[in-house]
Design a protein around this ligand. Structure first.
Ligand code: NAD
Length: 360
């Protein structure tokens, strides 16, 4: 399929190829849908095998951001940038300044920050060229570590899931299996333990498990055993694609809710969970805390407001579960439906004439 056909199929507005040979910049900015506001999305730095892989990634990721923003109630659209380069060897001041110039040239249609392969300090270089940045280090005016807000939102979302499957949102005595004890997973464990949940943890890095076990009363299991753990809720907080043909038959949980992006290997795996009666909290809804935080940097960051909006993930999931029940559809499809409804309503908002100051 040609690029224009591909963009028409997914509803993409713009794909911008950014080149600066002197800086070694090969970047693509994807703007999917700006119905709700300027596009927002991180910049991923990755040594793609070929150009088509970078194009495919930016199209897929920018579309995902439209859904994440719309579901979070944010007035931003979906965008993403990919930097075709190796984060281990290719970072430089000129590279990020060159990227900054291209972001600036879009005049605010796209706002960016960190993603896989890039860190907050890389954008301190970009900041010399553009102000359309989020998630800068706090000392440069950014809102700081977004994993704090993401973990908080996951905890609220898990309470919504537990209430849905047991009738009570309290986590006291409920069992939760957490996969991945990184920036988000470790903070989530703290919330769960604080509320009296029985928490079973795993990580491929044994030192992460040791660290968490030294601070909280958790049980441990091997990285592959986590799928077999009988529990109320499974919280994937490591990798994408963990809900698939190999893992789903092993699951012994009532619900799934965690931070990882793209948890369903394919959409049909969400359908399978629905058939099995396992409640799935759509990943882009439950893990939106970080996005909500950075979108609250405009016009000026207010942590209280960001946390209050993140706490509303609880309510957002309840709405999605209600749509799922009412329509008899899986929750991931109910979330997509909720997003499309919001986008259509905003796109279809009838215009009224607001007098220009000269007419008043
Ligand atoms: P991280 O890199 O800090 O942590 C990931 C952890 O998972 C690491 O400790 C790693 O050792 C572990 N891990 C990797 N493979 C594993 C496996 N097979 N089994 C068990 N553990 C494994 O990442 P993070 O910032 O905590 O993010 C976790 C997930 O949440 C990622 O998918 C990320 O994309 C997503 N997410 C993060 C944020 C955020 O604000 N940080 C926001 C939205 C989504």
């Amino acid at each position: 399929m040609g690029l224009f056909d591909r963009m028409a199929k997914t509803g993409h507005e713009q794909l911008i190829f950014c080149c600066s040979a002197s800086a070694g910049l090969r970047a693509i900015i994807g703007i999917h849908d700006t119905t709700l506001g300027p596009a927002i999305g991180g910049t991923r730095m990755y040594p793609y095998a070929k150009e088509e892989d970078a194009v495919e990634d930016v199209l897929r990721l920018s579309e995902g951001m439209t859904y994440k923003c719309a579901a979070a109630g944010s007035n931003f659209g979906g965008g993403k940038a990919v930097l075709w380069a190796d984060p281990d060897t290719d970072k430089s001041e000129e590279l990020f300044r060159a990227l900054g110039m291209h972001v600036e040239a879009l005049g605010g249609r796209f706002v960016t920050g960190t993603d896989v392969g890039t860190g907050a300090y890389d954008f301190v270089w970009a900041r010399e060229e553009t102000g359309y940045l989020v998630a800068l280090p706090e000392e440069y005016g950014g809102s700081g570590d977004s994993s704090i807000t993401t973990a908080f939102g996951c905890w609220k979302g898990i309470k919504a899931c537990i209430e849905e499957v047991t009738g009570d949102a309290s986590l006291k005595g409920r069992s939760v299996a957490v996969q991945g004890l990184g920036k988000v997973g470790a903070k989530l464990v703290a919330y769960l333990c604080q509320e009296g949940a029985r928490v079973i943890v795993t990580d491929v890095a044994p030192e992460r498990v040791e660290e968490v076990a030294a601070q909280h009363p958790v049980e441990r299991c091997g990285p592959d055993e986590i799928y077999d753990v009988p529990c109320d809720l499974f919280a994937p907080c490591a990798l994408g694609g963990v809900l698939n043909d190999r893992t789903i038959p092993r699951l012994r949980c009532k619900a799934i809710g965690g931070a990882a992006n793209n948890q369903l290997e394919k959409d049909r795996h969400g359908d399978r969970l629905h058939e099995l009666g396992i409640l799935y909290a759509p990943d882009y809804v439950i893990n939106a805390g970080g996005l909500i935080q950075v979108s609250e940097e405009f016009p000026q960051f207010d942590r209280e407001r960001a946390m209050a909006r993140t706490a509303a993930i609880y309510q957002r999931l309840k709405e999605i579960f209600a749509i799922s029940k009412e329509k008899g559809i899986p929750t991931h499809r109910a979330a997509d439906l909720m997003v499309r409804r919001r986008l259509e309503a905003m796109a279809g908002l009838a215009r009224i004439h607001v007098p220009h100051p000269a007419e008043r």
